[in-house]
Design a protein around this ligand. Structure first.
Ligand code: HEM
Ligand SMILES: C[C@H]1O[C@@H](n2cnc3c(N)ncnc32)[C@H](O)[C@@H]1O
Ligand code: SF4
Length: 412
């Protein structure tokens, strides 16, 4: 049984548009109700920053690509209120054939030794998904998958494990069925994800919980943390809402800069109480806050004390991470639909090395406003997706940062 069986059975009435298999159920648009940097010691998927002694850059001096989130399909059986992809169940035109997908995989080793996140949409809806994972695994690539959990059965969990998936992420946006299902747009999503997690455990496949933080679940943040721990997750990654895709309609769900500081300070404190790896994605200021707090506490920011957080950067878009869409568009991340190149026209490694926007992301001088002069730039860089959607340009300053860089203070 999942540990939240005590959760209240009666929640607000929800209008669900789909059932878990993607078929239409009730009508209506759905009320707006509610809805790693891993630590090296225990990261079964290996060390995303390379092995000691390994080259630190590609041969042309470009940074190594540590992680690729590849949207293998955009189709999805859920209807999350915040979905950046506005994903729906119907097939999307222009998705990669098996042969095209394999040819793309062939190019991944040329940008370093990246971890490949098979994401979506719902990756398990792709018929050849295990063939692709097997193919990538056989090339020595570290493969992880980001299913929403509802389609993880005894059989698919076994296939995930056998094809070479080293870790799965399951999204939980609420600590109970009422809140999670309302946000994910489908009744039964929570219970199905809980069953999915049990199947992953049965085949010994480590999993992490991904949670999108919104105004609505802010009050349940600690409960979700405790649930992730109770379930046995190896990591908890939080994603702070980016108002894009369906999320663009959730402006009021975006928390303020001050609330942001508070959440990330909690996050810093949670670190000390858990074995789970905690990672703040789309929350680049976390690494600034970590440094500020560590300084106050007199703790040096070393790998021994903070794992990969000691050497990582808040926003890795275009510097250590990139996203490849279901049609082959390369983007800094999934939340920023910026065309940095199309892998059908230009080989992926060339895009990684030469894309105009990626070169801009690698140079602080390109950044505008506070981010351009901030002494924490190297560990933060602001969320480029929120800069775009909230401040109108992908190089604008992070809209939800309360920090005043020293250079600007002196100028006052
Ligand atoms: C091991 C260390 C890991 C690091 C350093 C890491 C880092 C990142 C980064 C930088 C992003 C992009 C955030 C953005 O778009 O701005 C990201 C996104 C994501 N990560 Fe991780 N990650 C790690 C492990 C994992 C694992 C093991 C999984 C899943 C099994 C995972 C699932 C995801 C997903 C689904 C996304 C969002 C991609 C999208 O749909 O747009 N991550 N991660
Ligand atoms: C990979 C993670 O990205 C989350 N996700 C999907 N859309 C958005 C958005 N607009 N903002 C933030 N996170 C989002 C998913 O809920 C999943 O947990
Ligand atoms: S957020 Fe993920 S699970 Fe939800 S609709 Fe989008 S792709 Fe599907």
């Amino acid at each position: 049984m999942h540990p939240e069986s005590k959760a209240p059975q009666s929640g607000p009435p929800h209008h669900h548009e789909r059932s878990l298999d993607g078929s239409q159920t009730t009508q209506g648009s759905g009320h707006p109700t509610e809805r790693p940097s891993g630590h090296p010691g225990n990261l079964p998927i290996g060390h995303p920053h390379g092995h000691p002694g390994a080259p630190k850059t590609l041969d042309d001096g470009s940074p190594l690509c540590r992680l690729i989130a590849w949207e293998v399909t955009r189709s999805c059986n859920l209807a999350c209120k915040h979905c950046r992809a506005e994903a729906h169940m119907e097939p999307y035109p222009g998705e990669f054939s098996t042969e095209e997908a394999k040819a793309l995989i062939d190019t991944f080793p040329e940008v370093g030794d990246p971890i490949i996140i098979f994401t979506g949409g719902e990756p398990l809806l792709r018929k050849d998904i295990f063939e692709l994972v097997r193919y990538a695994d056989a090339k020595g690539l570290r493969c992880v998958m980001a299913p929403n959990g509802t389609l993880v059965t005894a059989e698919t969990a076994r296939l995930m494990k056998d094809s070479g998936i080293q870790r799965a992420s399951i999204s939980l946006d609420g600590p109970d069925a009422a809140s999670h299902d309302a946000f994910r747009g489908v009744e039964g999503a929570f219970d199905a994800a809980m069953r999915g997690i049990e199947h992953l455990k049965s085949v010994d496949l480590p999993f992490q919980i991904n949670t999108t933080v919104t105004r609505n679940n802010l009050g349940q943040f600690k409960e979700i943390f405790h649930l992730a721990e109770k379930l046995g997750a190896v990591a908890w990654h939080i994603f702070l809402l980016v108002p894009t895709g369906r999320g663009a309609n959730l402006g009021r769900e975006v928390i303020t800069g001050e609330e942001y500081e508070e959440v990330l300070n909690w996050f810093y404190d949670f670190r000390k109480t858990t074995k789970m790896q905690l990672k703040a994605t789309c929350a680049p200021h976390y690494l600034r806050i970590l440094r500020q707090r560590a300084k106050e506490e007199g703790i040096p920011v070393t790998m021994d004390n903070f794992g990969l957080d000691a050497v990582s950067r808040g926003c890795l878009g275009g510097t250590g991470f990139c996203f490849i869409s279901h049609t082959g568009q390369v983007q800094p991340c999934g939340y920023l639909e910026l065309d940095c190149g199309q892998v059908r026209n230009t080989p992926f490694p060339e895009i990684w090395k030469k894309s105009k926007q990626f070169l801009e992301f690698r140079d602080q001088k390109s950044y505008q406003g506070k981010c351009g002069v901030c002494e924490y730039h190297k560990v933060c860089a602001g969320c480029r997706a929120r800069a775009m959607t909230m401040n109108g340009h992908y190089l604008a300053e992070e809209p939800l940062c309360t920090y005043q860089p020293q250079k600007l203070r002196k100028a006052d």
